[in-house]
Design a protein around this ligand. Structure first.
Ligand SMILES: C[S@@+](CC[C@H](N)C(=O)[O-])C[C@H]1O[C@@H](n2cnc3c(N)ncnc32)[C@H](O)[C@@H]1O
Length: 236
């Protein structure tokens, strides 16, 4: 278990503490623990989102901004929102270096987006859904801010169906990934959090069911790495 995972009212506070601890090394650890593959998965996410010039895209739980920048490179006009100021500070530094056309970043809770109804063509969320204190409310907010016909694309850790691969993947998350936290953040709990949160997350098939349940059409699951990672797509 991780001290950053708690059930109930204090869940969000602990997630804020977690990302404050991780922010300075977040990008480096992502590269190391995925051997750079997260960059390919995020590129796939953006391709599936249909980002293009003239589209308005919202990246929820944007963190240090990888997906927001990729959406902007595809030509979309992009807003990135997150409730962690230390993560956003990294995103804003990167945006300054980029100049015009860079995404705009702001502080916001994914469970109460400060955004009008039906205002975006695209909503993306990468490694965010698993962290929400109330997944159903987060998905309802995404549905609310998407225009009819708009696309949600959500990348997250998944649950492989093939049992031997699932066991190997869980072993990696349990035995090896916490070492990144110990080494780079001085606390293994920052990364034992990943498995703790994944164990309480409905994963790609559960998210697909929920999307259908709130009226998304043409929902699809794109598994990556044998389902260890996955992208849920749905049309509002
Ligand atoms: C694992 S990071 C992912 C960052 C980025 N999307 C990426 O893929 O690199 C999860 C992010 O979700 C944010 N987050 C978690 N719960 C949130 C909430 N309720 N509202 C806004 N941001 C949230 C955290 O602050 C953190 O920056």
């Amino acid at each position: 278990m991780s001290k950053f995972y708690v059930e109930g009212e204090r869940r969000a506070d602990k997630v804020v503490d977690l990302f404050a601890a991780v922010a300075p090394r977040y990008d480096l650890i992502n590269d190391l623990q995925s051997l750079g593959l997260h960059r390919l998965w995020k590129r796939r996410l953006v391709a599936l989102s249909g980002a293009a010039p003239g589209k308005r895209a919202l990246d929820v739980c944007c963190g240090t901004g990888d997906v927001a920048f990729a959406l902007a490179r595809a030509g979309a006009s992009v807003t990135g929102l997150d409730f962690s100021e230390p993560m956003l500070a990294v995103a804003k530094r990167r945006a300054t270096a980029l100049g015009p056309g860079a995404p705009g970043f702001g502080v916001a809770d994914a469970l109460a987006l400060p955004v009008p109804d039906a205002s975006f063509d695209i909503v993306t969320v990468a490694y965010g859904l698993r962290n929400l204190a109330d997944l159903d409310r987060g998905l309802a907010e995404i549905a609310r801010v998407l225009k009819p016909g708009g696309t949600l694309a959500a990348l997250e850790f998944g649950l492989p169906e093939w049992a031997p691969w699932r066991a190997a993947y869980r072993l990696y998350l349990r035995r090896f990934v916490p070492a990144f936290g110990r080494l780079f953040c001085g606390d293994a709990d920052t990364h034992s959090y990943i498995l703790a949160s994944l164990d309480r997350y409905p994963a790609q098939r559960g998210v697909d069911q929920r999307l259908k349940g709130i009226g998304f059409r043409e929902t699809r699951i794109h598994d990556l790495l044998g389902g260890a990672m996955s992208i849920n797509v749905g049309i509002r």
